[in-house]
Design a protein around this ligand. Sequence first.
Ligand SMILES: Nc1nc2c(ncn2[C@@H]2O[C@H](COP(=O)(O)OP(=O)(O)OP(=O)(O)O)[C@@H](O)[C@H]2O)c(=O)[nH]1
Ligand SMILES: [Mg+2]
Length: 331
Amino acid sequence: MDLSACTNWLCAKRQPNGMPAGAPQDYQSVVTSGPGPSPGSSSSCDDVVPPQKNCFRLVMLGSARVGKTCLVARFLGGKFQESYTPTIEDFHRKLYRIRGEIYQLDILDTSGNHPFPAMRRLSFLTGDLFVIVFSMDSRETFEEAIRLREQIIETKINAGASSTGVGLTRKKTLPRVPMVLAGNKCDKEMRTVTVEEAQTFCDSQDSCCAFVETSAKRNFKVDEVFYQLFLVANLPLEMAPNHHKRVSASFGAPCPLPPSAPGHHGKKYHLSVKRRLSDACGVVTPNVRRPSIRTDLMIMRTKTCSLGEAPGSSSNSPIRWRRVDNGCILQ
Ligand SMILES: Nc1nc2c(ncn2[C@@H]2O[C@H](COP(=O)(O)OP(=O)(O)OP(=O)(O)O)[C@@H](O)[C@H]2O)c(=O)[nH]1
Ligand SMILES: [Mg+2]
């Protein structure tokens, strides 16, 4: 697949409402909330529709067999799988209600064998947050993790530059990409990567790159991997696995999250601050479909072409944008 051709089409022409020419009518809802319910729908679950600024995509990357899928399973509340089944690509969604606001976290669990390089590049471009996993007992996987970090940043720089024409003659601005390098399988005795060198590497990067040593098998510091990720991304820390109440959703249920506390509807309420902060809850959406590649391309377009309206334009978001000579660059 020639992604640059697709990007050009998506960036080429915009209608007065800011949508690309030829975009499907449901474009806004697709970009805003993926295949889930669209904002402004008249369903009785209106208060579980996340605003666009609260929708994020987390991409899991790393060599094959390093434990990406096992970490995701732990994150989603599942058990550890001793047997190995190679992933082609898996998609999960978790919805949260945190301090009265709805957040949506989409997780793309990629293949370490990357059979489709264009898909991998697309995941770099559509991802807002990244967990790059390597295995503490495999030096090659650590080196691959470093390469992946460089490729993500390079891809985001080039996409920002090509959508604006900025970059060939100017100094490139480094994108701010929230990322955790997860050194998995620390339960194993054999080590070929030390904590110190992985930590030193992350310290030498920007302030939104963290290292966590973990073990999906022992469930050791899995929470910390995601806590650090949300910390460097300026997202609510309640999104980490052990920081909210888990709600289980039944298949096909219209409202996956329980109703919000009365006070969150703007009325006066009498809950203490402590109680309010501990009210965060999250639910794994059971029947979610992976957005189509076309949708991904449109999401990518908003992230590389939009001026000020892309996810991340608010001060708290992981990716920030600013206007430069009628163009946009990631920062
Ligand atoms: N000892 C140990 N084994 C682990 C750990 N995490 C995962 N494994 C095992 O490593 C193997 C690979 O785990 P996966 O999660 O499927 O690896 P992956 O990175 O998703 O692999 P691909 O989907 O092929 O990219 C499985 O047999 C797991 O049981 C861990 O923390 N410690
Ligand atoms: Mg996998």
